[in-house]
Write a protein that binds this ligand. Structure first.
Ligand SMILES: Cc1cc2nc3c(=O)[nH]c(=O)nc-3n(C[C@H](O)[C@H](O)[C@H](O)COP(=O)(O)O)c2cc1C
Length: 173
């Protein structure tokens, strides 16, 4: 539950084909920039978004293990892709296809992260949503300390059964 204490509902907002939802964060994931479409989909005023953690739009249907994977990938200096269900201020949700890259200063020092989210393929969401549900169920079936491991195990088993790594799997959807 984020600091606005929202009640999620089943209303979905669809991204338009040519939308780009862009945000930037510092190294801890605190929002430093959001483009107008980020502001629109989030439902917040820009002033409510700047300076708060990016998890302000975290949806409770998303498994913790997915964010753990994203953070370990970008902390290591790599880009990361993923399908993410986000929560708007009015409790509605919107699905995105997210790409996060580390942002470097001209001196080559990592200074933050940059995220561009595009309209996801519906067919991909239909495939990833049940996987997230299984991951979340495994996370909830254990205690909080083991939740990420439990969710990760579900994802790892699915990836192993397809013979693909995470990124290849995401692009195969
Ligand atoms: C640049 C950037 C963009 C992010 N975009 C999203 C996003 O669109 N939705 C989301 O739920 N988390 C996003 N995250 C991940 C959040 O920082 C956070 O890890 C996630 O919401 C889960 O919250 P928690 O880590 O408090 O469990 C982003 C992180 C970064 C660095």
């Amino acid at each position: 539950m984020n600091k606005f204490n929202l009640q999620p509902n089943n209303k979905e907002h669809l991204m338009r084909e040519n939308d780009f939802i862009v945000s930037k964060t510092d190294l801890r994931g605190v929002i430093t920039y959001g483009n107008p479409i980020f502001v629109e989909f989030s439902g917040y005023d820009e002033s409510e978004l700047l300076g708060v953690a990016q998890n302000v739009i975290r949806h409770p249907d998303m498994p913790r293990a997915l964010f753990s994977l994203i953070w370990s990938t970008i902390r290591a200096g790599n880009e990361c892709f993923g399908y993410v269900k986000n929560l708007s201020k009015d409790g509605s949700f919107y699905w995105v296809f997210m790409h996060i890259t580390p942002e470097f200063s001209p001196e080559g020092i990592k200074i933050g992260y940059y995220s561009v989210r595009r309209c996801p393929k519906r067919s991909a969401i239909e495939k990833i949503e049940p996987i997230y549900q299984k991951m979340l169920a495994a996370e909830k079936a254990t205690n909080i300390e083991n939740a990420i491991d439990a969710g990760t195990q579900v994802l790892t088993d699915i990836l192993n059964s397809t013979g693909r790594n995470y990124e290849d799997f995401i692009f195969s959807l």
